[in-house]
Design a protein around this ligand. Structure first.
Ligand SMILES: NC(=O)c1ccc[n+]([C@@H]2O[C@H](COP(=O)([O-])OP(=O)(O)OC[C@H]3O[C@@H](n4cnc5c(N)ncnc54)[C@H](OP(=O)(O)O)[C@@H]3O)[C@@H](O)[C@H]2O)c1
Length: 276
């Protein structure tokens, strides 16, 4: 049976870069909301020697994710899921959109795919270094479990925290950080939930990376780069390699953790380049 690797947000950026570095014996399924991006991604993957398919999916809708998982299962055995779909604060989104797409989208992806995955398979959820920027006391961890049982209460609890700031961009920034902190928590929870079935789950938190999204955020996130080891953004290819490595079945013991791939930014901010 063919191995199938599904990449949400695979039409661009780090998702597409990771897809290009997967083993060529895996069928690649790229998904996202914009058909034209998916068509171009399939063309690039095919030119690089992959068997690749496009399937539209809005990861903020469970039935859409379910349809994607069902489609992928018709192609072979789903062995790798790279969940890179996400939106960021500078886009035309509200705090509620950020929570639905980034946080609840991860719940739908992990739940719907794990139902169709078997021993030796892996899910990699893409979070963000923003997950590490809020003080521990501000993180509503007690509300995180509600994402599986009461979505409205989960969203309300996180939106209440965003209400502490007035500026619209800062509100979105807070919602983004909370959504990505949730992703790191939820990936770890799933690692323990699915581990007994041999499904490995881990998350990866990129720093500021020069993708369409990263370039859009550069005005606001750019000042953080001074805290990185080399004072620079990461490239999609560098992150693609880190993600594809984490998603490689041979990395079987890398589970239940978040890999902070940020060029040292968070460590620099808290310790080695701490502002005086
Ligand atoms: N670039 C950075 O600096 C940075 C830093 C930290 C974390 N991240 C995270 O890394 C991941 C990949 O981002 P990227 O930098 O590679 O940016 P990107 O090129 O914009 O990729 C994000 C992809 O997600 C898709 N997407 C957005 N909303 C979606 C939805 N509701 N359903 C399905 N697909 C959706 C987008 O396609 P459509 O719009 O066509 O759906 C797009 O292809 C994101 O989760 C992002 O939050 C990025």
């Amino acid at each position: 049976m063919s191995k199938v690797c599904v990449v949400t947000g695979g039409g661009s950026g780090m998702g597409l870069a990771a897809a290009k570095l997967m083993p060529k014996d895996h069928i690649i399924v790229v998904s996202g909301r914009t058909e034209s991006k998916l068509t171009k991604a399939v063309e690039e993957l095919t030119a690089a020697g992959f068997t690749a398919h496009a399937k539209s999916c809005d990861t903020s809708k469970r039935d859409s994710v379910q349809a994607l998982a069902e489609y992928a299962a018709t192609l072979g055995e789903i062995t790798n899921v790279i969940h890179a779909a996400g939106v960021s604060p500078a886009m035309k989104v509200t705090p509620a959109d950020l929570l639905h797409i980034n946080a609840l989208g991860t719940v739908y992806v992990n739940q719907e795919f794990s139902k169709r995955m078997h021993k030796g398979s892996v899910i990699v959820d893409i979070a963000s270094m923003s997950a590490y920027t809020l003080p521990e006391a501000m993180l509503p961890k007690a509300a995180y479990a509600l994402a599986e049982t009461d979505e409205a209460a989960f969203v309300d609890a996180l939106l209440k925290i965003c209400a502490v700031v007035e500026d619209a961009y800062k509100k979105n920034g807070l919602a983004y950080s909370l959504s990505k902190n949730f992703v790191t928590w939820y990936a770890a929870k799933c690692a323990f939930d699915f581990g007994p079935n041999g499904i490995r789950v881990a998350s990866l938190s990129p720093g500021l990376i020069a993708t369409d999204m990263g370039n859009l955020e550069a005005g606001n996130g750019g000042p953080m780069l001074v805290f990185s080891c080399e004072n620079r953004m990461g490239t999609p290819e560098e992150l693609g390699f880190a993600i594809a490595t984490l998603a490689d079945e041979r990395n079987g013991y890398l589970a239940g953790v978040d890999i902070l791939c940020d060029g040292g930014t968070i460590r620099g901010m808290h310790e080695f380049k701490k502002p005086q």
